[in-house]
Design a protein around this ligand. Structure first.
Ligand SMILES: CC(C)(COP(=O)(O)OP(=O)(O)OC[C@H]1O[C@@H](n2cnc3c(N)ncnc32)[C@H](O)[C@@H]1OP(=O)(O)O)[C@@H](O)C(=O)NCCC(=O)NCCS
Length: 167
């Protein structure tokens, strides 16, 4: 299957929402227990676009509405001194994982961040998410912070790993 990475549009919002909600329900990758809606994701995507940030999706051109995965980045911390740094996220549909799609989405985000003249990318990752940590290591990110006990989900206290790539 020839996967393409393209800018997300309205047609992709149901797929993005489904992937997000699966991660909320079934994983510790999003520290929320509340599912989102297509309307909320539309507002999020519009805000990213207005701010000049990408929202990208992985698709099979034969089924262009089906979202295999998505990625985005946005403001890391909302003070002017952080203007050259972004925090990103990558989510791949469960059935499409371990096929190199996460690697492609992350590589495209890095490319876009470099093209914008940014200087650093930060991923905030649950410390138990070995798959995401390995994905980021492979893409040249390094662990630069381990914040113990800063999160909570499903009654469990969680540690946050910050992985950083200098661009
Ligand atoms: C983490 C995630 C984005 C990885 O995407 P993916 O498309 O499955 O990963 P890829 O197939 O591109 O894998 C690239 C590399 O990442 C690592 N990797 C990915 N998933 C892994 C897993 N479950 N266990 C160990 N290593 C893994 C491997 O090093 C892999 O390289 P290899 O296949 O040559 O061994 C995906 O599993 C996902 O969306 N998970 C749920 C949401 C999530 O955790 N998002 C990240 C939040 S920080």
């Amino acid at each position: 299957m020839a996967i393409e990475i393209v800018d997300a549009s309205e047609r992709h919002l149901p797929g993005i929402t489904a992937i997000f909600n699966h991660a909320v329900r079934e994983t510790f990758s999003i520290w929320s227990e509340s599912e989102t809606t297509i309307d909320l994701r539309r507002t999020w995507m519009a805000a990213r676009r207005v701010a000049g940030f990408p929202v990208i999706v992985a698709i099979d051109p034969a089924k262009p509405d089906d979202v295999l995965g998505y990625g985005s980045f946005g403001t890391f911390r909302d003070f002017p001194g952080y203007v050259k740094t972004v925090e990103h996220s990558v989510y791949i549909a469960p059935a499409a994982q371990r096929r190199g799609i996460g690697k492609r989405v992350l590589a495209e985000l890095v490319k876009r961040a470099k093209a914008k003249g940014l200087e650093a990318m930060v991923g905030g990752i649950d410390s138990a998410n070995a798959g995401s940590i390995a994905l980021h290591e492979q893409a040249g990110f390094e662990v630069q912070g381990n914040l113990k006990g800063v999160g909570r989900k499903f009654g469990k206290q969680l540690d946050l790993v910050f992985m950083v790539k200098a661009l």
